[in-house]
Design a binder for this molecule. Structure first.
Ligand SMILES: *Cc1c(COP(=O)(O)O)cnc(C)c1O
Length: 413
């Protein structure tokens, strides 16, 4: 959050005061710091510098074209989870050779699209999916490269909705089935097994669960080599946590110094799939106070951003720091709520804030990941605009949606 600081009493993103951005672009508004994104990416890149590696940005965290393009220019690949993301990644100039495709429910249409693009590899989540990829590849007479996503059955110690590496989760292939799935791939004329993958969950503030999972997957790699299946890519997934409240998350350097000694001798290219770590604390949601309201039991601050703009508090009961754009003294306890017709529409419960008034601007911090990307048009609300700041310059990277945008897909039917 270093790129969001008070300068002479006004919160700024890099060199640009947020009140100026609100004036020009309106609210609610997502604001991202280019320097922050760049530095987070470089920290990852540096951590793995000693081994061949490719950082495949998990673009589901934030798929804005300008951000994806910028990361591509820094050398990133991307991890896509749908045909739509593949389309966006290619539009953002990411070479197909740096794109990997994840997800438990790839359709045949999406598989065909990815094979036509000749992406680096598919992360396969089930034997049935491997059959489907094999069939589509045969029809197209093109070889599809595959990795198997292993479910290492490790508890990532995070929120249950973002935990993915336990047996009870829908993700990955259980370790005892993995060798069979590779055999199937090896026997298929249009499938080439090239890698192995794992991703145990998101917002991990300690790296030990990832290290434990890597150890289990290494055992599998050795088993696979014995039966003649060469593994060239070892993908450790994403999941590095960020600071939302007072967490002191371990970072890429902590992970690298534990993982590299384990996989260094395998002679593989390391892949990783960070999303939140790169963009999470690089963005904020700027919102304006509409009303204050006191119902006797509680004080409410009603703002112009709702759960359709930022759903993390409602969906995960996630904590986001909220700072007034104009620095203020004093304290009161309030609920910060949006305009949506749902009691679940809140940004913060029982939050200590300086007293704010109608018209004041608030910044909801750490909103760069799973913020805009999860925004919807619920209550027929146009999605907010997005701005990317670099130094003293701010660039609109997505215009605010209009009412006409809301009905476009229904017109002329
Ligand atoms: C969501 C996801 C990621 C990114 O997770 P972060 O916590 O944002 O780093 C990476 N890989 C897979 C397979 C995912 O589903």
């Amino acid at each position: 959050m270093e790129e969001f600081r008070y300068r002479e009493g006004v919160l700024a993103c890099e060199g640009v005061p947020l009140n100026e951005l609100a004036q020009v672009h309106g609210t609610p508004l997502y604001v991202y710091s280019e320097r922050s994104i760049r530095e987070r990416f470089k920290a990852l890149d540096a951590a793995y510098a000693d081994v061949p590696h490719l950082i495949c940005y998990a673009m589901k965290a934030n798929d804005n074209l300008a951000i994806v393009r910028m990361l591509g220019q820094l050398g990133a690949g991307v991890d896509v989870v749908s045909g739509g993301e593949l389309f966006r990644a290619r539009r953002a100039g990411i070479p197909a050779s740096r794109i990997i495709f994840a997800g438990v429910g790839k359709t045949r249409g999406e598989i065909a699209q990815a094979i036509e693009e000749d992406i680096l590899l598919f992360n396969v989540e089930s034997p049935a999916e491997l059959v489907a990829i094999g069939e589509v590849a045969s029809e197209k007479r093109r070889v599809a490269r595959v990795s198997v996503r292993v479910n290492p059955n490790v508890d990532p110690q995070t929120h249950p909705y973002i935990s993915t590496g336990l047996k009870k989760n829908k993700f990955g292939v259980p370790t005892e089935q993995v060798v069979d799935v590779y055999r199937q791939a090896l026997d298929h004329p249009y499938l080439e097994p090239v890698g192995i993958q794992m991703h145990i969950g998101s917002q991990l503030v300690r790296v030990q669960p990832i290290v434990d999972a890597v150890s289990r997957v290494i055992e599998l790699v050795q088993e696979l080599r014995v039966v003649g299946i060469p593994i060239r890519y070892f993908d450790i997934g994403g999941g590095l946590g960020i600071r939302y409240r007072d967490e002191q998350p371990e970072g890429p350097a902590d992970l690298a110094c534990r993982v590299l000694p384990l996989i260094g001798s395998l002679g593989v290219t390391l892949l990783c799939e960070p999303g939140r770590f790169i963009v999470g604390s690089s963005g904020i949601l700027l919102t304006k106070v509409l009303y204050r309201k006191d119902n006797g039991a509680k004080r409410f601050v009603v703002v112009d951003a709702g759960m359709n703009d930022l759903i993390r508090p409602s969906l995960y009961d996630a904590h986001h720091e909220i700072w007034p754009v104009q620095q203020k003294c004093g304290e009161e306890v309030v609920d910060v709520v949006g305009p949506i017709c749902e009691s679940g529409d809140f940004l913060a419960h029982d939050r200590v804030l300086p007293p704010v008034a109608a018209g004041d601007l608030l910044a909801v911090l750490s909103a760069g990941a799973y913020g805009f990307a999860m925004a919807s048009n619920y209550n027929a609300r146009p999605k907010p605009a997005e701005v990317l700041v670099a130094g003293n310059a701010a660039r609109l990277v997505r215009r605010r949606e209009t009412y006409e945008d809301l009905i476009r897909a229904e017109e002329g039917l």
